[in-house]
Design a protein around this ligand. Structure first.
Ligand SMILES: Nc1ncnc2c1ncn2[C@@H]1O[C@H](COP(=O)(O)OP(=O)(O)OP(=O)(O)O)[C@@H](O)[C@H]1O
Ligand SMILES: [Mg+2]
Length: 256
């Protein structure tokens, strides 16, 4: 004679052991766009070692807005240069958008910079002989885009930053804030996932600086990941997270 198990026992037998009900990691879930693991940058100056970065571990998720802060000499520019693939760590690991930067040669690094990163500098770094449109187009030229497509894309970006009626001006014919807008348009022209900014309002008056921060805020709201160095707390307040460096180490992270 066969007997079926009483219902509660059958239900219990069908249940997985407790440990198997834990949520599994989702392989397709969000992963950091920028991942630093125990990154060091050491300069050998004769007999002395300068530890410009001394064990930085940091995850920056897609769509985040970070400010890097800290006293003079704390390692802000060194960190931004590493993030920007202008330099390599002396120890530790940097993975940008799934690519291990430490293992790349110079050509691969240049290619990576063009595709993944846009740069905005304190001194704008526009080319004086070129018009606004030509300055914005420059990264597309290096990427080998068709000239007509590039011109249309540059015009679209100029409009995005509020300069559609300045396409044929040269940098000297623009205000400081307008020059920085051109630099931002140039940094975004090929839609890189990360925008790096080094003191982007450092050469601007307070009101113009606020306008540039409003533009960066809009770009972040539309999904762009932004990492910005600043020593001004008013400017850093626009970022979601603030990383404070001290002597090449993370002193603290503030954020919401
Ligand atoms: N090329 C280099 N060779 C040797 N030492 C360097 C080099 N670049 C930077 N350093 C040293 O590394 C440390 C960090 O410098 P870094 O330029 O990153 O500071 P910072 O936070 O950007 O400062 P600031 O606010 O003054 O721009 C400093 O002690 C600096 O002297
Ligand atoms: Mg600096």
């Amino acid at each position: 004679m066969t007997r079926s198990l009483p219902a509660p026992v059958a239900a219990a037998a069908a249940t997985k052991p407790a440990g198997q009900d834990l949520p599994l990691p989702t392989p397709g879930g969000p992963r950091p766009l920028v991942k630093l693991e125990a990154v060091e940058k050491v300069y050998q100056m004769g007999a002395t070692e300068v530890r410009a970065l001394d064990g930085i571990s940091l995850d920056i998720m897609p769509g985040a807005f970070w400010a890097i802060m800290g006293p003079s000499g704390s390692g802000k520019s060194t960190l931004l240069n590493l993030l920007g693939c202008l330099d390599r760590p002396t120890a530790g690991q940097y993975v940008l958008n799934g690519q291990n930067v430490g293992q790349m040669d110079d050509d691969a690094l240049s290619e990576l910079r063009l595709r993944e990163l846009g740069f905005v500098f304190q001194s704008f770094n526009l080319i004086p002989q070129l018009t606004v449109r030509e300055n914005i187009e420059l990264p597309l030229f290096y990427l080998g885009w068709d000239a007509h497509v590039s011109a249309a894309r540059a015009a679209e970006l100029a409009e995005r930053v509020g300069l559609k009626d300045r396409l044929t001006h040269r940098p000297t014919q623009l205000s400081g804030g307008q020059q920085q807008r051109v630099a931002i348009a140039r940094a975004l022209v090929n839609d890189p996932p990360v925008l790096l900014a080094d003191e982007p309002t450092g050469n601007l008056d307070t009101a113009t600086g606020e306008q540039i921060m409003a533009l960066l805020g809009e770009l972040n709201a539309s999904g762009k990941t932004i990492i910005m160095v600043t020593h001004e707390s008013d400017i850093a307040a626009h970022a979601r997270f603030r990383l404070h460096l001290r002597d090449g180490r993370i002193d603290r992270v503030e954020g919401r």
